[in-house]
Design a protein around this ligand. Structure first.
Ligand code: ZN
Length: 149
């Protein structure tokens, strides 16, 4: 059995303490708000979309360490990617955190795999996927408010 402490690896703690791409994005062309009522995490994801590529992305808000670290890692992973690549990453990430415990994560997810352990804590899966649901809402349905419910 893995310990809850294993979930809070150094990379996750670092991204929580010093979130990357955190703050407002004045030149944003898309944005959406996300809310995870189970934990109280609230995020706003803003994107500067250049045709079908994410030229820049920032997030703001407050939440638990997992939601913040996941948002930070997400912004690093999707910056410069096309919408199709982002969809594929989201699918892979979602599969990883909902896979049965012990399933090796897809190496194509890169540093996102530090969140693989979240799958053993169902309450935390919603924290980890909130930023992704919010990004998806911003890209596909800009007027939506994303929720994990
Ligand atoms: Zn949370």
């Amino acid at each position: 059995m893995s310990d809850l402490r294993d979930l809070y690896q150094e990379v996750i703690l670092d991204h929580n303490r010093r979130p990357r791409n955190f703050g407002p994005l004045p030149e944003a062309t898309r944005a959406a708000d996300g809310y995870n009522p189970l934990c109280g995490d609230r995020l706003r994801v803003a994107v500067h979309l250049d045709v079908d590529r994410i030229a820049d992305i920032r997030f703001e808000g407050s939440g638990c360490a997992i939601s913040k670290a996941s948002a930070s890692l997400m912004t690093e992973s999707v910056k410069g990617r096309t919408l199709a690549e982002v969809d594929a990453l989201f699918q892979g990430f979602h599969q990883m955190v909902t896979a049965s415990p012990g399933t090796p994560p897809d190496a194509a997810l890169g540093k996102l795999t530090v969140l693989a352990g979240v799958g053993e804590f169902p309450m935390r899966v919603k924290c980890a996927t909130l930023a992704w649901h919010t990004l998806k809402a911003a890209l596909h349905d800009p007027n939506a408010i994303a929720t994990t419910e």
